[in-house]
Design a protein around this ligand. Sequence first.
Ligand code: UDP
Length: 398
Amino acid sequence: MHIKTKSINSESNIIMNINSKKILVVGAGFAGACYSRTLAEAGFEVDVIDKRSHIGGNAFDFINENGIRVHKYGPHLFHTSNLRVMRWLSRFSEWTPYTHRVRALLPNKQFVPIPINIDTIKTVFGKNFKDPSEAEQFIMRLGENYKNINNAADYLYSKIGKELTELFFRPYTEKMWAANLEEMDASVIKRIPIRFDGEDRYFPNDIYQALPSNGYDNLFASIFSHENIKIQLRMEFDKKIEKEYIHIFNSMSIDEYFNYSFGHLPYRSIKFHHRNEKKLTQHVWATTNFTDMGPFTRETCWDVLPNNCKIDNGIYAVTSEEPCDYLENEMERYYPVKTADGANEKLYELYKRMASDHGRITFIGRCGTYQYLNMDQVINQSLLGAHNWIEKMSHNKA
Ligand code: UDP
């Protein structure tokens, strides 16, 4: 494919070689992988760079010293109802069905299902309900009347009342976001449904829940395995290399790209503490959420995952998560912060306008678009984005 358009980099005013097919993708996570593969299959030559020593972005996993598969950056449990996304991924890996379950650890050391369901409500309030609708009525009476829902606290107080909010959501959210429920946008909490029946799956609304049978690392290796894709790891992005490419798809944080000229976009980060344990403490569920005010939000026991490669040697791998500001964790950006006042989105928009003036760059993925996206949403957006860009280029050519 020859590209006819004369792309002009407004910053350096370089007129591109009109026959060039070279694309730069910054970041080898899901967004970068989807763009790379789609563009490579359309005949573009794709150079991928990543500052880390591995592909896979935050989904990267590895087999630890005891033969157990561990997700280096915390649990990445794939779930989607998007058939197109599932079909695309299935080109590159076998998938092992997996149903994720989580329990919250209460101050009295009891474990209860989270998201809240009828068993959670029974345990917390010491009540029995003859059916889900009785539990629902009970919780509805606890809900407070709000004219407008302006933040996560309003949402929770209106839905489940004070007691459940303070127990399951306030400490966890403060640890996670270093902000209280009144400061956070309701959409952050709406990720967690509230149920009145016995459903205890974390993602029951999604048709597909599965893990790549040979791990994410192999999945990514397979996606990037194309003659038109070249990957360079341990390589920081440098604007100087842009001139070699007709377009740059960049998953770095947009504020960093523009030298923080409007200020920093905040991100939460996580310090992952990986350890080995002799005794299995959790059997049925993989993740335990903590309701206390200690430093940790949750803990994942990897041997519960069906693709964990576990050999029964009595040793189990566990990872606990300690949230922090990304500035305290070597600039590792994991979560864009969606506050109720929308301030961070407004800041992002300023940078986005700068990016559209650039003309040859598209920001992609969680950091590039500053959105709290699940894996399937990143994949869907990226596949669509790549196809749309290719179509636009072929129109320019015609
Ligand atoms: N949350 C909470 N208590 C919980 C689980 C979640 O307060 O036990 C809140 C918290 O603010 C969290 C948000 O809900 O950041 C979204 O939770 P989710 O499990 O979707 O977070 P992720 O897996 O993306 O880290």
